[in-house]
Ligand binder design. Structure first.
Ligand SMILES: *[C@@H]1O[C@H](CO)[C@@H](O)[C@H](O)[C@H]1NC(C)=O
Ligand SMILES: *[C@@H]1O[C@H](CO)[C@@H](O)[C@H](O)[C@H]1NC(C)=O
Ligand SMILES: *[C@@H]1O[C@H](CO)[C@@H](O)[C@H](O)[C@H]1NC(C)=O
Length: 835
């Protein structure tokens, strides 16, 4: 620490009283840390997790199974676990008061126990913490429960059905009395919430705005704070500020326990670029489970003003104004850089799966308009039944299916392509199976014939959509959002039905996809879409906000994607053409989404309908993969049930899949290769108006690629703007994707890496002289940059959506594949396909 900073700290502590600086760290009265399944103690950032042996007197369990992973290491709480084959109880003697309960899970295989498929519930005497919980990758769940009426805490682990439960480590630790006290205000409505002390809380998001991830060793209560960039809607509207040393804890307002200095000392600030007329909000979007109320704690500290009373700003929750013209310095008795926290409770149980928090300038500002936020905690509150879990997990990300423009044109193309389809199927494909196929908007529907469910003809069938009822949206709310399916709000037609733009009561823009209730079809896709999307959360996958099955409706509600389909930006519209860099970034985004699907679970999910019309773009042109109606797990399932009807979209279809009827994730890689050509050439994948050799884009472009003359057929608007190296890399990558045999194609992870490389090659020319094709120089220096993040492991590059859960450590590209057993969901789908 520099002496200047040190001097400043001393001054600060004088101002704010010595006590606060000297009593370093809160010492919890009760502090049980258990290293489950392990025979040794382990110290993690200064905290000792005791051996399971020492903890065994706290536990009553019908079995004694201590599991260790192959990667047994004595210094990691995640490499051992205890397995509970029947109802098991921990009993902790405690002083009354609030306690953290932290449950650490890291599923691995041990003998016959596949922890990734374990399903169980966890409850205290008073509250249900987890119900029918399944965990696919390492996760820590944090709760705080007040022990009011007794002197002990009883934690019960109960396997669901004939499954089992497991646990890698457990913390039961006192929380300072003052941390959750008082009556928080309702966000956006008058009055106060009473009875906070009876609430069990689950930490859903704990975020350090504008700063790094804060780990337990930097927090006196061993909490984890995530950075906010994943949640920010428009990153280019903000800047990060860091002035950790200037934070002042004013007695009576906040202490180091409220939030550490590293949280108060950094913020995300509205970037008004010193423009006195700037007027916009900075918004964060957080995934939550619908059906619950939430406790929100804002952390503020004015580290941006130079003097008192300069900063005035508004705070909104779900578009409702909660504080107008907040002036931190006057709240804090004229202290600048004082730590301040504010608590709110959402008025009603959330109807949607997200909470949107915004800050924006107040009309009162004195110098230039700005607004800040330093930290935010979002905690789920138990419902009236004392539950924190209704059995399902959250979905997330954002987005939708929208087909914005030129509906007529799209239909035209569809009809045209169908004609070609008929011709081509006859001409080229001497395959045995009828390819009941389809272009863009004419899918084959799979009626659900097994299990006695009989498509959508009666309202009760849809009740079989497993445990996803927390996504159910009332029809009245959907009608309100779309003005009763107002035709003026229709933005497109898909195979499933019409798509409408709508707005929910909380201001969220949505795309509402309404299945044709008369069609008696589409139920399987409806179901698959809900089941797939409600389990996957990723920045580059569209997320479902909810569904509605009232009155035999089949309605899917997604977040609205401002910029529509990738396809509409390539051809057939008047939209401005995308730059090469934008196109590469879109390819990279969608490749990430697919890579996540393919690697997200021991059973990969195959999308089966990858095409430019299923890649959607948000307001910042960020790509998200949409339309999971055809997706399924594979390839294991297909080996037992070869030959299902070939599905997908014509022009994108993997010829090997056609020949062998065997589905693997390499079929998606093939289709993605076709999308890449589409992106490069900006023309339809099948264009019947062209000469025969040009009709099929993949064939035609491969001819040019083989000749090494791909540049002849690129989108005219890209002429002279693609760096030859970048184009070469891109062309080679497509070529590999389009290999005849799946085994010869790269994985999506490899494709992703190659695309990143193509982008770097393009960037290099922008940095240097755009006129000069100086390839040898560049190749020389680039690999160094690449080695940094490659090492043959493309996963390190893949962004991880980890909303909704606090993850102990970022481990791989894979996370959060929670939820019900995929195989169960999909096996039903597959059974129904044999025709
Ligand atoms: C976290 O704590 C360590 C010491 O335990 C310190 O070196 C480091 O600078 C701290 N990090 C932050 C972001 O405060
Ligand atoms: C900020 O958001 C609120 C709530 O959505 C809205 O009422 C207000 O007009 C927004 N302000 C600006 C400048 O966009
Ligand atoms: C949470 O559970 C407690 C029971 O411990 C109950 O008294 C309280 O009303 C519940 N909270 C809500 C908001 O229903």
């Amino acid at each position: 620490m520099g002496s200047e900073k040190f001097g400043f700290l001393i001054r600060v502590s004088l101002i704010s009283s010595f006590l606060i600086c000297l009593c370093h760290g809160y010492v919890p009265l009760n502090n049980y840390l258990i290293n489950c399944g392990s025979s040794t103690n382990v110290t993690v950032t200064g905290r000792v997790f005791m051996s399971d042996k020492l903890a065994s007197n706290l536990l009553t369990s019908p079995s004694e199974i201590l599991a260790a992973s192959n990667r047994n290491s004595n210094s990691d709480i995640y490499q051992t676990a205890r397995i509970f084959t029947g109802v098991s109880k921990y009993r902790f003697s405690l002083a009354k008061g609030r306690h953290w309960i932290r449950l650490h899970f890291n599923p691995f295989h041990y003998q016959t126990f596949q922890m990734g498929s374990a399903k169980f519930s966890v409850s205290s005497q008073t509250h249900v913490l987890l119900s029918d919980f399944t965990v696919k990758s390492r996760v820590m769940k944090e709760y705080s429960v007040n022990i009011v009426a007794t002197d002990h805490l009883e934690l019960t682990f109960a396997p669901s059905g004939d499954s089992f439960a497991f646990l890698n480590a457990l913390e039961v630790v006192s929380v300072p009395d003052t941390l959750f006290s008082g009556d928080p205000s309702f966000a956006g409505s008058p009055g106060k919430f009473q009875g906070l002390s009876w609430q069990a809380l689950e930490t859903v998001h704990r975020v350090n705005m504008g700063g790094p991830r804060v780990t337990p060793n930097n927090d006196t209560l061993s909490r984890i704070w995530e950075p906010d960039s994943e949640f920010l809607i428009e990153k280019n509207l903000v800047k990060s500020v860091s002035k950790i040393a200037s934070v002042v804890y004013v007695p009576g307002f906040a202490t180091e326990e409220t939030a550490p200095r590293t949280v108060y000392g950094t913020c995300t600030e509205m970037n008004s670029a010193d423009n006195p007329t700037s007027n916009f909000n900075v918004t964060w979007d957080f995934n939550v489970d619908p059906g619950f109320q939430y406790f929100l704690r804002f952390h503020f500290c004015d580290i941006v003003s130079k003097a008192l009373n300069q900063l005035y700003f508004n705070v909104y929750v779900d578009s409702m104004l909660v504080v107008k013209s907040l002036d931190l310095s006057s709240y804090l008795y004229n202290t600048l850089s004082g730590a301040y926290s504010m608590d709110y409770v959402t008025g009603l149980a959330k109807q949607t799966n997200r909470i949107r928090v915004s800050i924006g300038p107040s009309t009162l500002h004195t110098s230039y308009p700005t607004a800040i936020l330093n930290g935010l905690e979002i905690m789920k509150m138990n419902n009236s039944k004392g539950q924190l879990s209704g059995g399902t997990f959250l979905p997330g990300g954002s987005s939708s299916t929208t087909k914005k423009k030129n509906v007529g044109m799209i239909i035209g193309v569809t009809v045209g392509s169908l004609l070609v389809l008929v011709v081509l199927v006859g001409l080229f494909l001497l395959c045995k199976k009828r390819g009941r196929d389809l272009d863009d908007h004419s899918k084959t529907w799979i009626p659900l014939s097994s299990n006695g469910t009989n498509s959508s003809s009666n309202g009760t069938t849809i009740a079989s959509i497993n445990s996803n009822s927390s996504y159910r949206i009332p029809l009245a709310a959907v009608k309100e959002a779309t003005n009763s399916f107002d035709e003026n709000r229709a933005i497109g037609v898909g195979g499933f039905g019409k798509v409408y733009k709508g707005e929910l009561r909380d201001g969220m823009k949505v795309a509402v996809k309404r299945g044709n209730p008369k069609s008696q079809q589409g139920f399987a896709e409806f179901k698959t879409e809900i089941e797939t999307l409600s389990q996957f959360r990723h920045r580059h996958l569209v997320s479902l906000i909810g569904y509605c099955d009232e009155n035999n409706e089949m309605i899917l509600v997604y977040e609205y994607m401002e910029n529509g389909t990738l396809k509409s930006h390539l051809y057939g519209s008047n939209l401005p053409s995308l730059s090469w860099k934008q196109r590469l970034e879109i390819c990279i985004g969608s490749a990430r989404g697919l890579h996540y699907l393919h690697t997200g679970d021991s059973k990969p999910v195959i999308h089966r309908d990858v095409k430019s019309a299923n890649i959607l773009l948000d307001e910042n042109l960020m790509a998200k993969v949409a339309d999971f109606g055809l997706s399924k797990t594979g390839p294991e399932i297909d080996q037992t049930h070869v030959s299902t009807a070939v599905k997908g979209s014509f022009g994108y279809l993997d010829p090997e899949y056609f020949r062998r009827q065997q589905l693997t994730e390499k079929s998606d890689v093939y289709s993605f290769g076709v999308v890449m050509f589409e992106v490069l050439c900006a023309r339809p994948v099948i264009d019947p108006t062209l000469t025969r050799e040009m009709v099929n884009l993949a064939e035609w472009a491969m001819k040019w690629q083989n000749k090494g003359q791909l540049e002849h057929i690129i989108d005219p608007s890209l002429r002279g703007k693609i760096r030859p190296d970048s184009l070469r890399k891109f062309g080679e990558t497509v070529e590999k994707c389009l290999a005849d045999y799946g085994v010869d194609r790269p994985s999506m992870g490899d494709v992703l890496w190659n695309l990143e490389y193509a982008l770097q090659l393009q960037d290099a020319v922008v940095d240097g002289d755009p006129e000069e094709d100086n390839s040898t120089n560049m190749i020389g220096e680039l690999p160094l940059r690449f080695n940094d993040f490659n090492h043959g492991d493309t996963r390190v590059n893949v962004s991880v959506a980890r909303e909704g859960k606090i993850q102990e450590e970022e481990e791989s590209s894979v996370s959060d594949l929670s939820g019900v057993s995929m195989s169960k969901v999909f096996s039903q789908l597959i059974k129904s396909e044999g025709r």
